[in-house]
Design a protein around this ligand. Structure first.
Ligand code: ADP
Ligand code: ASP
Ligand code: MG
Length: 391
């Protein structure tokens, strides 16, 4: 069995969902379990609605709610799904939650979770129906009945024993020829109160499910070819890494590589399940494989993640502390004042300030990737970076 997780941009429109159906169809032989995020930017939109309601701006909250409902209905109509009733029922329930926020003038963590849970509740029902329409024998499953967490709302931690028991009971029960489809990110406490796993947490759901069923592979389908050497929104020209180790991937994610939720790595690593990052808009590209050992010499910089919130840029790779001086010099030569805030075997992190992030990433990228001879495979729009023993 494999787990296939599709992020928000991979299900952002009717055509994107059709593309997902095609990709799932191509993997039926591997017995997929499908995990989906909320459609497009739905989670952010739900949070705006909740914020308007809490501030007492009911008109804006209502207008945005209606727009979100219209968008979901329109996607369902384009896909010719007969789901209007289900979608309207979910929005009626959501309106109740929004009214509760409006009456309290605040968003408690419980109501935050209840509000955002509608994104994945809607998308999972719609993707399951779209898969059926495309000829995939899909069966919708409610993630809140499978993933059990503690009560730490907005950042809940899964209770592994209870969760594994529920998943192992439910998934093999699905007729072997059916493809289970569930929403990522959402879960519930033992008493059934909705919780969420932290923003971007659908990747984590995929890993939790993958570990529970002993999957052969966990696929994270997104809008880039794989883990790149830098954030494409900050610096263009990043290379796609062919493979990285679990610990490198986790470190990249923790230091700002949003393409992967950092908690995703642990469940996969414990059972040595490979995680692949793939592009749903470019499915022919092999993507990046995250596994126990990765190619590349000890001490090579693999990626340069950055984090806007803390104004930090890092160089990451196994044994990368050897490169600390070289990285500091490259930043200095670019005219940047950079203070080292962390040095470990896997990462050297510099504080440069938010305003200098792009310049810092560009300086480090040209130091470690433009200057270094690399073997490049052009399998897609982003060149694939393979490490030779000498690199
Ligand atoms: P999804 O909706 O599929 O979960 P995300 O938006 O969470 O997708 O993550 C994908 C985005 O992560 C990419 O579009 C890219 O802008 C960003 N990103 C940041 N750093 C990296 C990196 N090192 N490699 C690839 N993508 C990155
Ligand atoms: N929809 C959630 C979010 O936007 C979870 C995810 O996409 O992984 O954070
Ligand atoms: Mg994501």
């Amino acid at each position: 069995m494999i787990v296939m997780k599709f992020g928000g941009s991979s299900v952002e429109s009717a055509s994107a969902i059709e593309r997902v159906a095609g990709i799932v169809k191509g993997h039926l032989g591997a017995k997929p379990v499908v995990v989906v995020s909320a459609i497009g930017k739905t989670t952010d939109r739900l949070l705006h609605i909740a914020a308007f309601a809490a501030q007492g701006d009911g008109i804006s909250a209502w207008r945005k709610l209606l727009a979100l409902q219209a968008d979901h209905l329109q996607i369902a109509a384009k896909l010719k799904l007969t789901l209007d009733r289900e979608i309207e029922d979910l929005f009626a329930e959501l309106r109740g939650t929004v009214l509760e926020i409006a009456s309290l003038h605040s968003i408690s963590p419980e109501l935050w979770d209840a509000t955002v849970s509608f994104g994945e509740r809607l998308s999972s029902v719609m993707v399951a129906a779209a898969l059926q329409k495309a000829g995939v024998p899909a069966a919708h499953m409610d993630a809140r009945k499978l993933i059990v967490t503690d009560g730490n709302h907005t950042h809940a931690a899964p209770m592994t024993v209870e969760t594994n028991a529920k998943i192992r009971r439910a998934i093999p029960c699905v007729d072997r020829s059916l493809v289970p489809v569930l929403g990522g990110f959402i879960a519930a406490t033992e008493d059934g109160t909705p919780t969420t796993l932290g923003r971007g947490g659908s990747d984590f759901t995929a890993a939790i499910v993958g570990a529970a069923i002993g999957a052969d592979e966990i696929q994270i389908w997104t809008d880039v070819d794989g883990m790149l050497t830098c954030d494409p929104r900050v610096h263009e020209g990043g290379l796609c890494l062919e493979s990285i180790s679990y610990e490198e991937a986790e470190q990249m994610a923790r230091l700002g590589a949003k393409v992967l939720h950092p908690e995703t790595v642990l469940p996969a690593r414990k059972q040595r399940i490979p995680v692949t990052i793939r592009n749903s808009r470019n499915p022919g590209h092999p993507g990046t494989t995250i596994q126990a050992t990765a190619r590349g010499s000890e001490g090579a910089v693999k990626s340069i993640p950055c984090d806007r919130a803390s104004g930090t840029v890092s160089v990451v790779g196994s044994g990368v502390e050897q490169q600390a001086e070289r990285a500091a010099t490259a930043l200095r030569q670019a005219g940047l004042l950079a203070a080292v805030t962390q040095t470990s075997r896997l990462a050297v992190r510099f504080q440069v300030g938010e305003g200098c992030l792009a310049q810092a990433v560009s300086a480090l990228h040209s130091e470690f990737f433009t200057k270094r001879p690399t073997s490049v495979r052009t399998a897609g729009p982003v060149p694939q970076l393979q490490y030779s023993a000498a690199s």
